[in-house]
Design a protein around this ligand. Structure first.
Ligand SMILES: Nc1ncnc2c1ncn2[C@@H]1O[C@H](COP(=O)(O)OP(=O)(O)OP(=O)(O)O)[C@@H](O)[C@H]1O
Ligand SMILES: [Mg+2]
Length: 272
């Protein structure tokens, strides 16, 4: 069995004025310790797919199919079993770290809570773990960071703290939904390289939802394309960018190549 396998996953919002099916019969396999990008146009269902894996949708949502993780189906386990998996085994990091972090609590309080709760560490052990993870995420002076509050930090620092918080219990799967959104290009690069390093060192499998094809290409082993609620193509990253199969994949890869080429042209033009 794969590390994570979605079988015929379907997520529908039940509404009085008509149901909306955001994910339509998705089959997807994610290989252990791989970095897997999920790309596709806005509204394609990427975030809803990520949230469906952990059953994090609002009450009016109906999720059917199977989410096979390790030896069980996450869609049929109890709320208690799922709570143990969330935060410890599978973590989701969102595009807006401020939404993940509590504005009135120090970083130390927020980081230490998870390993104390999930792994029974005492405060001293939890602090040591938190510092180690902040350092791994490229934050120098982790002790100083621990004493800070979210409002005292820049966007780039916040995203690193959010990643540190995500990995503090050493999950086996990290689902990151647009972790680069709102960051400038150099910070996007830094966050991408942190994700790469963290996933390698801690043997974490990464499912990353992104519009950033450059990151998908350089960071990920596999790419899946979502279009109108369905996965229309999954391929290894190299093959995907050299010879995409589905018409929609072809259009985005062509647009990506043309855009990158144009950027180079503009830069060449600037240098002339
Ligand atoms: N609570 C909800 N009730 C009804 N429909 C919803 C709800 N949340 C999302 N949708 C719909 O589900 C579809 C998929 O949304 P989703 O947020 O997964 O898109 P996405 O691929 O993540 O887009 P983006 O790249 O812009 O983040 C959209 O058509 C959206 O309008
Ligand atoms: Mg989204």
């Amino acid at each position: 069995m794969s590390f994570l396998e979605l079988q015929n996953l379907e997520s529908t919002f039940v509404r009085e004025n008509g149901n909306v099916t955001a994910v339509r019969g998705v089959d997807l396999e994610v290989v252990r310790c791989s970095r897997h990008a999920l790309i596709g146009q806005t509204g394609a269902g990427k975030s809803i797919l990520g949230l469906s894996i952990l059953r994090l949708l609002p009450e009016n949502a109906r999720i059917t199919g199977k989410v096979l993780f390790r030896s069980g189906d996450l869609l049929s386990c109890t709320e208690k079993e799922l709570r143990d998996i969330r935060g410890k085994e599978i973590i989701m990091v969102f595009q807006n770290p401020l939404a993940t972090l509590n504005p009135v609590l120090s970083i130390e309080k927020q980081l230490c809570e998870m390993p104390m709760h999930h792994e029974g560490l005492n405060l001293c052990e939890a602090k040591a773990r938190a510092e180690q993870m902040l350092e791994l995420c490229g934050l120098r002076e982790p002790q100083k960071v621990m004493k800070s509050h979210p409002f005292e930090m820049s966007g780039g620092m916040l995203q690193r703290v959010a990643i540190a918080m995500g990995i503090i219990c050493r999950p086996s799967l990290l689902i990151a939904d647009e972790p680069f959104k709102g960051l400038d290009v150099s910070l996007q690069k830094q966050v991408a390289s942190i994700l790469y390093k963290v996933c390698r060192e801690l043997e974490i499998t990464l499912l990353i939802i992104t519009h950033n094809l450059k990151v998908a290409k350089s960071l990920c082993d596999f790419v899946s394309v979502m279009h109108r609620g369905k996965i229309v193509e999954t391929a290894n990253s190299k093959n995907f960018f050299s010879s995409p199969c589905h018409p929609y994949s072809k259009s985005i890869v062509n647009a990506f190549k043309t855009f990158s080429g144009q950027l180079r042209d503009y830069q060449d033009h600037d240098r002339d």
